[in-house]
Structure formats: C-alpha cells, structure tokens
Design a protein around this ligand. Structure first.
Ligand SMILES: Cc1cc2nc3c(=O)[nH]c(=O)nc-3n(C[C@H](O)[C@H](O)[C@H](O)COP(=O)(O)OP(=O)(O)OC[C@H]3O[C@@H](n4cnc5c(N)ncnc54)[C@H](O)[C@@H]3O)c2cc1C
Length: 749
C-alpha cells in the first residue's frame, strides 16, 4: 500500500469505526435502491430498459453517438439527410431499439430522399425529445415549468448553459450574457460555469494575464449573484450562487487561483461561491487542503464560507488523449479503485466539523454507495447542515427522488440549451454516455441492478475496498515533468518513441521557459558568420534580420556568401562526401542519437530563439523542437528497423544542399540535414533569410553533438545569382528545398 505525508496526515478515527460506517452505508445504499425501484415511473422504467440494452449493443451506441454528433451540424436539410442515410447504411437500425423504432428509422431513411426537410426535422426533434430529461430545453416556457415542478418537490436547480470552450470574445460575451440573464431570473438560484466558457483566450503560459482577464467577466457574474437576492426555503433572503466547474487538468490551478483572488476582493468577502474538485486527480486532495486553509482564514476574518462540489471527474477520455498526444502521463489516477479511495479521503476531510464550517460540500455522485456514505458520515460528524448531495438532472430521477427524501434535499445540476444551439449539448451527452458504458462505473450498472444481485455485489465490494484504502492512496501528481531538472535520455534507443512536448500546465516549466526567453531577450547576437570547411568566414556583405513582432527594429545581422564562398563550400562538400568515414569517428547512427540528445538539451534555447527570430509562440516552438528530436531518433532507429537492409543498399548522393523555409525554421532544416547526413552525404545548410539565427543555433547544436564541420557547412546566401548557383551547380548532387513553387522557380537552372 502506498502512503505519503498527506495521506497519513489525515488518517483519523479508529479503523473499526470506519469499517462499521462503510457497512452501514452499504446497507443504506441498498435501501435507497429498493425505494427507487419501487417508486420508479413507467416512463423511467422504459427509458432505463432502453439504455441498458444500448450498453450491451456497441454498434447501437456508436450509431447514437454518430447521429448526435453529425446531424445537427450540416447547414442544409439535404446534407443532414445524406449523412443520416450514410449512418444508417453504415450501422443499420440498432438492434437494441424496439421493433417499431427500428422500422421508423428505416422508413425515415427512405423518406429522407424525397422530403429531407420534413424528415430531418422529425429526426432532430426525436433526438431532442429523447434527451430533454438530461439536457433541459432553454426555451422560457419549458424551463420555467420544469423549474416550478422541481421547486414544488422541494429540490433546487443549478443551471449550466451548455457549450464547450469558447473560441472568440464575441461568443464569450454572448455566453456571459446568457449566464447573467439566468441570474436575473427570479426562479433561478444558482448557475455553474467554467472558466473556458467566459474567456476565449485561456493560456496558461500567459498565466498572470489570463488570471487578470478572467476576473472581469467573473466580477460581473459575482456582482449579479450578489445583487439578485433570492428567498430561501425558510423565508430568509440570500445572494444567488455561482459555481466554477472543473474540466481540464490544465485549468485546475488557474480556476482555484482566480476563485480565491476574486473572493478576496472586499466587495465579495460576504459572497458564498463554489468550485469543483475532481477526485480522479491526485492533485485534488492537496488542492482541497489549500482551499480549506484559505477558507478557514477567510471565515475567521468575517468572510462567507465557500462551497466545494466533490466529484470524481468526467473528462477521463480527454485527459488520456491529450496525454497520449503530447507524451505525458495522464493527469488522473490509473485505476477507478484509486479514484474511489481518494473520493472517500476527500469526503472525510471535508466532513470534519472545523472544515465544514468554512467549506460547505456538495457531494456530486450517482454512486448510491457514495451517496449513502456521505449521508452516514455527515451524521456521524454532526455536519448534516453543511454537506449536501448533488445529482445530474435526468440521469436517474427515480434514484434522485429516493435520495432526496432521505437527504432532505438534492441540488440538481441542470444543463440547458436553446433549440438552435443543440449542437452545444453533444459533447455533454457523449460524456454522459461514456460514463454509462465504462464497465466498472456505477452508472453502467445503474439500470439493470437489483440489491443483492451480482452487479450490486461487485459495486459493494469496490466501495468497501475504497473505504479501506483511503489512507493509502497517493496524492503525488501524475504529471511531473520538470524541464529544469530532467536528464536527457541519450541511451541507444532500439525503437522509436516521440519526444514529449513541454507540459505548460506545470509552473516549473513555465518558469523554465520564461528564464530562457529572458536570457535570449532582446540582446542581438554577434554578427552571424558563415562556416565553410571548419573555418569561420566573414564576407563583409551583411544583411539584417528583425524579430517579426517588432519589425521596426533590427535584431541581428549576418554575413552573406558570394560566388567565391559558394565555390569553396561546394568543393569542401564534394570532398567531404567522398571521405565521410574519414571525417567522422562516429557512425551515422551514433551521430543521429547524439544529435537527438543535444537538441533536447538545448530545448529552452531553441524555443527562445524561434520566438524572437521566427515569431513563433512558445508552444509552437516547443512542438518544433520535439519534431526535430523525433527526426534524429526516427532516422537513428530506422537504420536498424527490420527489413531496412533486405538486399537493398543506401548509396549516398554526395553534396546535398538543404534550403528550408522560414515558417518551420528548426524542424524542417533539421529533418533535411539529418536525413542527408544519416545517408552518408555532406550537407550545406542554406538558411531562409528570415530565420538565419534559428538555423545557426541548429547548426551549432549539431556540431556540438559531434557532426564534423566539413560534413555540415553553414552558408547563408542571397536569393540572387550566388544562391541560384549553390542550388544549381553541377557539383550539387541533391537539393532538399521546402518552399513555394515560385521559390523553386527562382533556382531553376
Ligand atoms: C452534480 C454533479 C456535478 C458534476 N460536475 C462535474 C464537474 O464540474 N466536472 C467534472 O469533471 N465532472 C462533474 N461531474 C461528473 C462526475 O465527475 C462523474 O463523472 C460522474 O458523476 C460519475 O461518477 P459517479 O461517482 O457518479 O460514479 P462512479 O461509477 O462511482 O464513478 C465513475 C467515475 O470514476 C472515475 N473512473 C472510472 N474508471 C476510471 C479509471 N479507469 N481511471 C480513473 N478514473 C476512473 C471517473 O471519474 C468516472 O467518471 C458532476 C457530477 C454530478 C453528479
């Protein structure tokens, strides 16, 4: 069992007491389910039956997801109809559907050829109707009557205007206004938003700036919450409530920082607001402690308490994909068992009376064991007034009703979407469906489970185990890349793997690149010379280059080759190519491996250079360094790839000129240079005039890695006669040119 300081630091209460608590909760969970099943309405039973069948029909699930994803987007009914028919041809009418619905789908597909508008409107309407319990229609009448019904049963709603991260400020404004309008409604008490839905340029690299810019829309929302008071059940009047939802790992620190900084402002000291923590992140528990310490202090100084909604986390797939794409460890725990254990640990911490006074808790879960656990724990700790249950609207309403009776209230999380924006609901619906289909998840078993059956027993066992393991689960972050300290792996690789990009969600890496940028700064380097045959050559013919973001200022100067230098470089290259082995004590493979290591070691410097020289953003430049390192490793491992030497032989061409473009100033020249060198050629690197400095830094890195200077020469040329000669001279055996057609024509012999 793993332990760490944080985990052992909160181990409280006797083990046997906790064991009893867990068993009590398991029994209570069974009773909740029994009540829910007894009181389930016919419509809910039918819906549950269908969903349960769908989970056993992967083809049907794929059809539903594709349909939701694809038929709301086309601009014309004809296009939507053709996509609908395509999906029907691909998946067929799903087997999980009852016969009449399957027949309806087949009929609709046929009819969509003659009356696309009519049919597609019916199909879209059916989709909306099927999901309207989970995603509420945001049309005034519908929403008002739904909210009235919920109020009548004593439940509260927290509205979430659906939509993914906004891409522009106009859209952000619209979303902000939609949220403000909700706060102004007399029947709305609370809204949930996420930071990426109110500001379009969330960029953790510009951390302080993003933080400041997020504050403006948040202030508007918090003021609207404060000024639009609402009546509580007991008749008292209180401010409305804004909750900051959590989505990507990247936003965890940012959301928590902006939340605290805003609430620290004088005008909001008396306002209660909320934030979400996702227990699937090992970082969530340390963050809970930080927030709690801060909130305890705030309350001790007369401020209002805050609220934390404790959930497990809904973006598992996104986190995994993002991590795989960039070569990072996924931010969440690896197993559900760890997530469940962390959830219990966080719940215990939250239920301590001294914490619950300052941090109210919303336990956001559909796992009836966890619901029951929260209920018995809050009783034991005497914090029932501070710890509530939150559930998703429409997910399992019969269970929510049973919970509500027992808990004395449930807060329903209610996503809303206007008819014309229904495509905003797709990602939410897919996430919910994903949770329903992951085999270990409670939601997967929800619609077919009975107390005491096999599925119930397995869920019960999972729950009891998590209760036992809550002290042992690690809270060390999964994402730990630290560019300041990492040792570059130069070991001989047997197989290719991509170099990981830099993880900018980590502060240490942001500091690291800021330092590299400061070092590069606005300091102009010495005038860049040519390098021919191992000699530094200055010609007196100089050109200037600027930082594209400051075009009025000269950034650096470099020397240009004339006919004489071109001649000399070609002569050196021809002779060096013939005697490759004599010039290099390393084999091509060894050279490539060392080049990969050297470029990786210089990552910070290369990023800073590309930012000033090529107008690249830091993440773009970072990805280019990864690509350059990948080229080196790929070519190196390629040499021993099975089938590489199956009777074929690599014959060097001789002298190769590499003429890269400015827009990928590192990766493209690096790929060309290393491919040519690895195949036994001698290379003349002729940089793009706009990004000579980047090419110079690349060449310096490769020489430092052991590439002999006669095998890699550096020859900036004007794009006139001298440049043309270099590319078209008969001694030039090959040119690797990446550029526009017009550029290629310039060099036509
Ligand atoms: C009211 C409410 C509000 C919510 N708000 C948010 C929010 O703001 N942000 C957000 O991210 N989610 C939010 N959620 C969703 C929540 O995070 C869960 O995804 C969902 O509730 C399912 O968890 P469970 O406890 O109900 O069910 P369970 O079945 O007990 O748990 C399922 C969860 O376990 C985790 N899990 C499963 N398998 C693995 C694995 N192999 N590795 C790691 N983890 C695994 C995942 O988090 C998965 O969602 C909210 C849920 C509710 C009820």
């Amino acid at each position: 069992m793993k332990t760490d300081d944080l985990a052992s630091g909160v181990a409280e209460g006797g083990g046997h007491l906790d064991e009893r608590l867990a068993r009590e909760a398991a029994e209570l969970a069974g009773r909740i389910l029994e009540t829910a099943l007894r009181e389930q309405k016919a419509g809910e039973r039918y819906h549950g039956w269908k969903l349960n069948r769908m989970l056993g029909d992967p083809n049907g699930k794929a059809f539903v997801i594709s349909l939701a994803d694809q038929i709301f987007r086309p601009q014309t009914p004809e296009r939507a109809a053709s996509q609908f028919r395509h999906l029907m041809a691909r998946f067929g009418a799903p087997a999980y559907l009852p016969l009449h619905e399957r027949a309806g789908l087949l009929g609709a597909a046929a009819a969509s050829r003659v009356a696309p508008e009519l049919v597609m409107s019916a199909v879209a309407g059916k989709m909306r109707a099927e999901t309207r319990k989970v995603v509420l229609p945001d049309e005034d009448l519908d929403l008002r009557s739904h909210m009235k019904r919920r109020r009548a049963m004593g439940a509260r709603l927290i509205l979430n205007v659906l939509g993914e991260a906004v891409l522009g400020e106009e859209e952000a404004e619209r979303r902000l206004e939609a949220n403000m309008a909700k706060l102004r409604r007399p029947d709305c008490d609370a809204i949930s938003i996420k930071v990426s839905s109110i500001f379009s340029q969330v960029n953790v690299l510009a951390y302080e700036d993003t933080l400041e810019r997020l504050k403006a829309p948040l202030r508007k929302l918090f003021r609207a919450a404060r000024d639009n008071v609402t009546a509580s059940a007991d008749g008292s009047r209180r401010s409305k409530f804004v909750n900051l939802d959590m989505e990507e790992y990247r936003d965890l620190r940012l959301t928590s920082d902006v939340f605290r900084q805003i609430l620290d402002e004088d005008e909001f000291r008396g306002l209660e607001a909320g934030i979400v923590l996702q227990a699937y992140l090992p970082d969530a528990f340390p963050m809970q402690r930080e927030l709690t310490d801060w909130a305890v202090d705030r309350v001790s100084r007369g401020g209002a308490p805050i609220r934390i909604r404790l959930v497990k986390g809904a973006n598992l797939a996104t986190e995994r994909v993002e991590a795989a794409v960039h070569g990072w460890a996924p931010a969440p725990y690896r197993s559900k068992a760890e997530v469940d254990a962390n959830f219990k640990r966080m719940l215990h911490y939250a239920c301590r009376p001294e914490h619950a006074e300052a941090v109210r808790v919303g336990v956001g879960t559909h796992n009836l064991f966890d619901v029951a656990y929260a209920l018995v724990l809050r009783e034991r700790e005497g914090v029932a007034g501070q710890v509530g249950i939150e559930m998703l609207e429409g997910m399992a309403n019969h269970q929510a009703r049973a919970v509500e009776k027992l808990a004395g209230g449930v807060l329903f999380y209610a996503p809303v979407v206007k008819r014309e924006n229904f495509d905003n609901a797709i990602a939410y619906l897919v996430r919910r469906l994903d949770e329903n289909s992951a085999p270990q998840n409670f939601l997967h078993d929800l619609f077919g489970m009975r107390p005491g059956d096999g599925r119930w027993a397995a869920q019960r066992e999972r729950f009891l185990r998590a209760c036992r393991e809550r002290h042992g689960v690690s809270s060390a972050p999964s994402r730990r890349q630290d560019r300041r300290r990492e040792a570059v792996d130069c070991a001989r690789r047997q197989s290719f793997g991509n170099a990981p990009d830099t993880d900018w969600s980590l502060e240490c890496n942001r500091e690291w690149v800021a330092e590299a940028l400061r070092r590069r700064g606005r300091k102009a380097p010495d005038i860049i010379p040519l390098q021919i045959g191992g000699r530094v050559v200055v010609t007196g013919d100089e050109a200037a280059s600027c930082d594209p973001s400051r075009p009025e200022q000269e950034f650096y100067r470099y020397h240009l080759a004339g006919d004489e230098e071109v001649d000399e470089a070609l002569a050196v290259a021809v002779s060096a190519a013939r005697n490759w082995a004599k010039h290099s004590i390393l084999t091509p493979r060894e050279l490539l491996i060392r080049a990969a290591g050297e470029l990786a070691r210089r990552r910070g410097e290369l990023i800073a250079t590309m930012v000033s020289d090529g107008g690249k953003t830091v993440p773009e430049a970072d990805a280019e360094v990864s690509e350059a390192v990948d080229f080196a490793n790929y070519y190196a491992t390629g040499m021993s790839r099975p089938g590489m030497h199956d009777g074929t032989a690599a014959v060097p061409l001789g002298a190769v000129v590499v003429a890269p473009p400015w827009n990928f100033p590192l990766a493209i020249p690096c790929g060309g240079v290393l491919a040519a060198l690895g195949a036994g050629n001698a290379v003349i690197l002729k940089p793009a005039p706009e990004t000579v400095l980047t090419a110079w830094e690349l060449a310096k890195g490769l020489w430092a890695a052991g590439v002999p200077k006669r095998l890699l020469q550096f020859v900036p040329c004007p794009e006139n006669e001298a440049g043309r000669r270099l590319l078209t001279d008969p001694r030039t055996d090959a040119v690797i040119l990446t550029g526009a057609h017009d550029t290629a024509r310039l060099f036509k012999g």
